[in-house]
Write a protein that binds this ligand. Sequence first.
Ligand SMILES: *Cc1c(COP(=O)(O)O)cnc(C)c1O
Length: 386
Amino acid sequence: MIRKEYLMTPGPTPIPPEVSLVQAEPIIHHRTPAYTELFVRMVEGLKKVLLTENDVLTFAASGTGAMEGAVANCFSPGDRVLVAAGGKFGQRFAEIAREYRLEVEYYEYAWDEAADVEVISRLLREKPDIKGVFVTHSETSTGIVNDIRSIGEAVRDTPAILVVDSISGAGALELRTDEWNIDVLVTGSQKALMTPPGLAAAAVSPKAWEYVEKAGSPAFYFSFSKARKKYRSDTPETPFTPAVSLVMAMSKAVDILLQEGLEAAWERHRMLALCTRAAVQAMGLELFPKVLERAYAVTAIKAPEGISGGEIVRHMNRVHGVIIAGGQEQLKGKIFRIGHVGYYNFFDMAVALTALELTLNALGFPLEPGSGVGAAERVYLELTAG
Ligand SMILES: *Cc1c(COP(=O)(O)O)cnc(C)c1O
């Protein structure tokens, strides 16, 4: 059969055809009025997506570049920071912080649970010298989404700044940077923002800027101060040559997202998650997260007894061209993940779920054809009625 691929991973994600096409346009020079207009449009659009009036700085890098930027720009070696980690991406913040010689207070919560705001509050009370709290909004490796609003309330009245990784959340899940008191919000292009990999952004609050001014760690390419200075100049630009084609792409993608409407996009992601969940449960599978509230970016599913997650991922890819993700680190082989963050609608899920039914049957986990897809369709009808 002809091979056709369906990218259903939580990053990178498929991109709208209009976004693909703008990247074929001739390169424009980055110190021209045409570029300035494009760039400002993208940054101001991102502010609307992130619901922030803070400075939004962009870098040619994958999301991790902005994570490193947050660590490098806001702190000094020896500073105590609290990292809440319940998966691979939470761990990454701790790794970066240790690399920069920060004193990491490591709060590891169970990978199938959300971070407990009470624990964060207690640690902040016990160690008042904590200067920063790092949390993952959507922990892509487990499917869990943290309650950033409550964590923001806990951090707000302390000296610490709140740094949030919403690389797989921004644009897909409810996220209110300013209202939730997020001091540094980092995101990346290749997930809900429907753009190829390679652009990262950070929204930096006034409280965080006070930290930036005092910080003693080195930062050059990812310098927040340099980036802000250039953006605030008469001809807003970046300190170094930007990824012009990606800026064209992201500018278009942000337009598309804002045209749909932020809340409509959040609701679409909730619908996709609820359909996917209903389907896999109807197939007789179990969801990995114990906390399902807010978990609308990626559906993490336990591999059934006797079949490894890897086998399911490989079969889906090889036989059906449906690319999903396996488990990472301690979850390798134990779970598999279907992404629905970004440019997806119900019919994309129907494709993935049909392929999953066929795959499970082929691997010796018998189920009635259509049992999962039927359940998804019923939820879709319920949620979109009227
Ligand atoms: C994808 C992702 C990242 C960043 O990974 P990159 O490969 O650097 O783009 C970080 N955190 C989360 C939660 C992610 O989903």
